[in-house]
Design a protein around this ligand. Structure first.
Ligand code: NDP
Length: 388
């Protein structure tokens, strides 16, 4: 029997890589719903190619464009945020949650509440609402399978039955394009330079986050919610080749690592098939051709974001949502050339300090609390960005 699959964020980098894996295994998967936002032409083309039952754009103004593009195909069409949530709630075997940003939180929670297994790429579900999100998943008996290459690697190395013997979970970071660039020139970094990741081909937001290493910070926060570890057990190191995707160190001295060429189709295939395996046609790893793999500590002066993320985890409650919202605003301001590259992470840190001074870091009891923390983070970040 084929697996029914819904993809939230189908037109994005993760969505397209997912469809590429599905393309190789048309007998294994049946596409139920495809959800996107602005790229209606791609959404319609994919809905046709994969014979989706439903295609949804989050933008109500694009309904007619999508409807026209799918005329005569029999694919059902819908638009708007409520339609996105309904698509996420259709009963399927798996939902790939790959909408970018905090916009992905509500649809993914809707998928959880419908009892759908979540293949989680969207970071904000865990960064902004980790405790709430995982508690709902546990309550609904829903598995959350990480797609991000680091967490997917950890999943493959983390022996849950031996969790008490795990000493450290070590995430690897490529170091992005500015690992060796002279520090004094970092404030001149342009969006074009920051958008050129040395190893990975990803969406714009996550690429900038990789250049500041905020992405690693967000991943440390995600790992904390996905695995039974303390903040002291979490570590990150630089590994410029992006071949070792993460490591788990055990009390007996063993260190398990997962390796592979940097191609998201591998962790996507792992998530789609877990705990089984699905063949892909990604380039095979040739260690002798690579010659060497190198590792180095993160220079905190150059890259303050991972430390800030661990501090944010220790602050707990709404701090994650505030950090995430402030970072989204700061990245957008940088891309709009309104903020220097070197001001992105300090601005996020200042937002957290301002929120703390106001006594606004509090436990998250509901989605409304997440929304309020997100709104506060954005507001404070905009005010500070304007003054920067
Ligand atoms: P992209 O920017 O490439 O794609 C984002 C997707 O989300 C698009 O399909 C976009 O639609 C859709 N979208 C945007 N806003 C909405 C909305 N309001 N409602 C519904 N759909 C919306 O992002 P990525 O694929 O790179 O990343 C997706 C998520 O996965 C992010 O959270 C990212 O951090 C995470 N991630 C990505 C990795 C990667 O390698 N790319 C690795 C690990 C995690 P449209 O294009 O039609 O506007």
């Amino acid at each position: 029997m084929s697996k029914r699959l819904t993809i939230l964020g189908a037109t994005g980098s993760i969505g397209q890589s997912t469809l590429d894996v599905v393309r190789q295994h048309r007998d294994v998967f049946r596409v139920e719903a495809l959800v996107a936002n602005a790229n209606v032409a791609q959404l319609a083309a994919d809905a046709r190619e994969f014979g989706a039952r439903l295609a949804v754009t989050a933008d109500p103004d694009r309904y007619h464009e999508l409807k026209d593009a799918l005329a005569g195909t029999g694919v059902e069409v819908a638009a708007g945020p409520q339609a996105v949530k309904e698509a996420a709630s259709c009963p399927v075997d798996q939902v790939m949650a790959a909408i970018v940003g905090v916009a992905g939180l509500e649809p993914t929670l809707a998928a959880v509440e419908a009892g759908n297994t979540i293949l989680l790429a969207n970071k904000e579900c865990l960064v902004s609402a980790g405790e709430l999100f995982m508690a709902r998943a546990r309550k609904c008996g829903v598995a959350v399978v990480p797609v991000d290459s680091e967490h997917n690697a950890i999943m493959q190395c983390f022996e849950r039955d031996n969790a008490a013997s795990i000493e450290k979970v070590i995430l690897t970071a490529s170091g992005g394009p500015f690992r060796t660039r002279p520090m004094e020139t970092l404030e001149d970094v342009t969006p074009e330079e920051a958008l050129k990741h040395p190893n990975w081909d990803m969406g714009a937001k996550v690429t900038i986050d990789s250049a500041t290493l905020m992405n690693k910070g967000l991943e440390l926060m995600e790992a904390y919610h996905l695995y039974p570890v303390t903040t002291e057990q979490l570590d990150a190191i630089i590994h410029p080749q992006s071949i070792v995707h993460s490591l788990v160190a055990y009390a007996d001295g063993s260190v398990l690592a997962q390796l592979g060429t940097p191609d998201m189709r591998t962790p996507i295939a792992v998530a789609l098939a877990w705990p089984e395996r699905l063949p892909t046609n990604v380039a095979r790893l040739d260690l002798t051709a690579l010659g060497q793999l190198t590792f180095e500590p993160i220079n905190e002066a150059r890259f303050p974001a991972p430390k800030l993320a661990l501090e944010t985890l220790r602050r707990g409650g709404s701090a994650g949502a505030i950090l995430n919202a402030a970072n989204e605003v700061a990245v957008a301001a940088f891309l709009a050339r309104k903020l220097k590259f070197t001001d992105i992470v300090p601005l996020v840190a200042r937002v957290l300090e301002a929120a703390e001074r106001r006594g606004a870091i509090a436990p998250l009891g509901s989605l409304d609390d997440v929304r309020a923390a997100d709104a506060l983070g954005r507001k404070l970040a905009r005010e500070l960005a304007e003054g920067a």
